[in-house]
Design a binder for this molecule. Structure first.
Ligand SMILES: [Zn+2]
Length: 94
């Protein structure tokens, strides 16, 4: 769960981590295999004023099945009050 505050109207909302569509953005060869970087964006509107918000998620997988701690960044429209989102992309087929 992420707690956000709308930058336009100050409305506070609980943002439940949604099902995301992850995209591979990069991969790096490392000693024990590739590290794959993934990101996902989710845009939505403030229920109170209709302000558009965009949240950006990213994380990486090094060794199949091992996720590095991901990051959640609010790109626009809102301020993060608390970020307690546990998200995991589906594992990559390779
Ligand atoms: Zn708002």
């Amino acid at each position: 769960m992420i707690k956000l505050e709308c930058k336009r109207c100050g409305h506070k909302l609980d943002y439940a981590c949604p099902a995301l569509e992850w995209e591979t953005v990069n991969s790096t060869e490392r000693q024990q295999g590739d590290e794959v970087f993934l990101s996902a964006q989710h845009a939505f509107k403030c229920a109170n004023c209709g302000n558009e918000m965009l949240v950006d998620f990213s994380c990486s997988e090094y060794m199949p099945g091992e996720w590095n701690q991901g990051e959640t960044v609010v790109v626009s429209g809102a301020k993060t009050i608390e970020d307690d989102c546990e998200f995991k992309p589906p594992h990559q087929n390779r």
